[in-house]
Design a binder for this molecule. Structure first.
Ligand SMILES: Nc1ncnc2c1ncn2[C@@H]1O[C@H](COP(=O)(O)OP(=O)(O)OP(=O)(O)O)[C@@H](O)[C@H]1O
Length: 713
């Protein structure tokens, strides 16, 4: 600062201003960083507390076993399934590999014996012929095992993903909407559906091979070793490892809870990125990149901090693992193998007799030395393999702990999706509540009772496909938002076909919510709702959704082109005609025709998107169309044409719009007052805004519609 002032004095105002600006910028950066760090450390503490709490719930217990079994049954659907065949193939290959390991140990022993005994012929047979021949099957089995295991993981993932897709994209329930809009239990479902499902399958398949092979190895190697060392050697090793496993379990950090939390933070970080992509244009217009960077960096920092913590814990845990399971185990192993050799006497003869009378020839020292070398080589290899097998089982404990984390995440996903499905398909009344003895809570209690009364599940009557006359009818329905705010009570009105209705009211009064209830996105409370089938009603939002694909696919959405041809008899000519009607024919030509695929949401302007949505509506020709501010970006003449065309096609319109120019196309009005009240009545002349706010010269078609309405009124 002193320098800044001296510069100001010496170098004049400009230099001083630069230094002052730089100092201010540095100060602001420092403050931002400090604020960010402070927030992070608070959040970190919360995360750490959560991990510790979760440690209790993420145990290898009955619940974990039940969940694991449930999902494994989904991954491997039955004994006739392809997945089960692969499971058996993996088991077979593991068995084969264990036998090959034993063969390698035996052969190694023979080779050492041949070298120490200077037996050239034996060396050529064992080292060159046998090993040369066996290396092909050994390499094939090892790599086939890897390949089969990878295929098994992919197949398991496919089954589990399809299981979740079925629930998530259930057309009767619209779970994908409800899980992110009405349920707060899951914040980042994309992370769960992709990464967590994959990790769960990989982890459980790895565990299958990491547990089954060592178990098999233990049986085989113990059997082999007990022949030469007696049961004492293998038993000593097993006892040592059992003690290790107890120690390691006691000192192991809560890796299951940490894994679950890491996945959650990974999802959070990803969520920030996907939000940035979805709202990139709005954010860019606001110049919000700095703020978004702060959010993204914070989410990333939280993830990194947790990962550093996990790495640090793994480091210490890894040291204990290596010390106990690797090096101490090797020392114990050496003791076990060498004991019979050092305490020669009866034990060596016991050893040698275990070699199938091999010692009969051992008269000379040389012969004895080569025999001992052969026994030692063979036994030490077997023992190393046995130690490795038991060690893998001990370390598999860590893998199981990690699996509890993935299993917990997948179980949460499954529970939430099932809950949403259940509550939509068979809604239950809210649980009854009991009065509190505390008088100050009396009013809260009364409010709860009132809400519970209003939130009784309503009755939905859906007309069948052939019932073309089925109206839209609300009979004493309560409009209640997901946060239990009552937007409107006892909503009662009927919209017969051919009567267009305009819905008006202040912001936030529940206009769009009415459509959400009508479409089944929000639960139905109170009375009875009668409506046509979903295919007979069509929703056109303000920002229409454009799918990936061709322009043709946009018009026929949600039908695929094949379905559109089969169900609606669509042809390219129909599509071009519709595009021309909404003045998009030129765009189609300019972009290369109907077969060009691109991300139309980026290519088209707001108004063009709305016109495309109208072409889509005309293509489907539903009985009812719900238009939610869907012409806000098109010019008045195009808007007029669209409404007239819809009427010509026999589509009954239910419109939400603040544009006065649209009132004339409707016969009835549903007016919300914003405080829970509403009125439903015929459109009056005085409802229609003054002609001055209309386009100066209405189109011919508009005049006739206008005439009809004024006549009727
Ligand atoms: N997913 C949600 N969870 C909780 N409350 C919601 C949710 N969606 C909407 N709401 C609330 O429901 C109320 C009605 O919302 P709605 O979208 O129906 O308003 P609107 O009348 O269409 O308003 P506008 O004219 O501004 O579009 C609002 O107060 C809104 O905050």
């Amino acid at each position: 600062m002193a320098q800044a002032f001296s510069r100001l004095r010496k170098g004049g105002v400009a230099g001083g201003a630069v230094v002052a600006a730089a100092a201010l910028a540095a100060y602001r950066w420092h403050m931002n960083e400090t604020a960010r760090r402070r927030m992070n450390s608070n959040r970190e503490q919360r995360i750490w507390r959560k991990v510790k709490d979760e440690k209790q719930s993420l145990q290898v217990d009955k619940e974990f076993a039940q969940n694991l079994f449930k999902f494994l049954r989904v991954c491997v659907p039955g004994i006739r399934s392809k997945e089960f065949r692969y499971l058996i193939a993996v088991a077979g290959l593991l068995l084969l590999r264990s036998y090959l390991d034993i063969w390698i140990s035996d052969n190694g022993g023979e080779i050492v014996k041949a070298i120490v005994g200077r037996d050239k012929k034996m060396f050529i047979i064992r080292a060159l012929r046998d090993l040369g021949l066996m290396m092909f099957p050994i390499a094939a089995v090892n790599n086939l095992l890897k390949y089969t295991l990878s295929r098994l993981k992919v197949m398991m993932r496919k089954q589990l993903s399809l299981h979740f897709h079925e629930k998530y994209l259930d057309p009767r329930v619209n779970t994908f909407y409800k899980v992110s809009n009405l349920d707060s239990r899951i914040r980042n479902i994309d992370q769960l559906m992709t990464t967590d499902v994959e990790r769960f399958c990989t982890s459980s398949a790895d565990l299958y091979s990491n547990l089954s092979k060592p178990l098999l190895d233990i049986v085989l190697f113990t059997h082999r070793l007990s022949k030469s060392l007696g049961l004492g050697g293998p038993s000593a090793m097993i006892m040592y490892f059992s003690a290790c496993s107890l120690i390691l379990r006691a000192i192991q950090p809560p890796f299951g809870a940490l894994t679950a939390e890491e996945q959650r933070l990974e999802g959070d970080y990803r969520l920030h990125h996907s939000r940035l992509i979805t709202h990139s244009e709005e954010i860019a217009f606001y110049g919000g990149s700095k703020r978004e960077k702060l959010y993204i960096n914070m989410a990333f920092d939280r993830l990194m901090n947790l990962m550093h913590k996990i790495f640090y814990l793994r480091f210490w845990n890894g040291i204990w693992d290596s010390l106990l399971v690797k090096y101490m185990a090797t020392i114990v192993g050496y003791c076990v193998v060498s004991a019979p050799i050092f305490f020669k006497g009866g034990i060596l003869s016991n050893l040698q007799s275990g070699m199938g009378g091999a010692t009969e020839k051992a008269g000379s020292d040389d012969a004895e030395a080569s025999e001992v070398a052969a026994i030692y080589t063979k036994n030490s290899r077997l023992l190393i393999s046995l130690a490795g097998a038991i060690g893998r089982i001990v370390l598999a404990g860590k893998e199981i702990t990690r699996l509890t984390g993935f299993c917990n995440r997948v179980a949460t996903l499954d529970n939430v999706l099932s809950d949403i499905q259940r509550s939509t398909l068979s809604p239950t009344p809210p649980p009854s509540i009991r009065a509190s003895s505390n008088p100050s809570l009396q009013s809260t209690f009364e409010e709860e009772v009132r809400l519970n009364e209003l939130m009784k599940p309503g009755v939905l009557i859906v007309g069948d496909e052939d019932n073309y006359e089925c109206p839209v009818k609300f009979d004493h329905v309560n409009l209640i938002s997901p946060d239990r705010t009552v937007l409107c009570q006892n909503l009662t009105f009927e919209i017969p076909q051919g009567v267009n209705v305009l819905i008006s009211g202040p912001n936030g009064c529940g206009k769009s919510s009415l459509f959400r209830v009508l479409a089944g996105l929000w639960p139905l409370y109170g009375g009875t709702l009668t409506r046509p089938t979903s295919s007979q009603q069509f929703y056109v939002p303000q920002r229409p959704y454009l799918a990936l694909g061709t322009l043709r696919d946009q018009v026929t959405y949600p039908l695929t082109w094949l379905e559109a041809k089969r169900i609606k008899g669509a042809t390219d000519e129909t599509i071009i005609e519709l595009l021309n009607e909404v003045h998009l024919g030129e765009i189609a030509k300019r972009k290369g025709g109907l077969d060009v695929e691109c991300d139309w949401a980026d290519v088209l302007s707001g108004g063009q998107k709305q016109r495309l949505a109208m072409a889509r509506l005309f293509f489907h020709r539903p009985k009812y169309a719900i238009l939610d501010e869907c012409t806000s970006a098109v010019s008045l003449d195009v808007e007029g044409f669209m409404y007239t065309r819809a009427k010509e096609l026999g589509i009954t319109l239910i419109t939400v719009s603040h544009r006065p120019s649209l009132w004339k196309f409707h016969e009835k009005v549903l007016k919300f007052d914003g405080s829970g009240g509403y009125e439903f009545r015929k459109m009056m002349t005085e409802d229609i805004p003054p002609m001055a706010s209309f386009p100066p010269k209405p189109q011919e078609s508009e005049v006739s519609v206008m005439g009809d309405i004024v006549d009727e009124i």
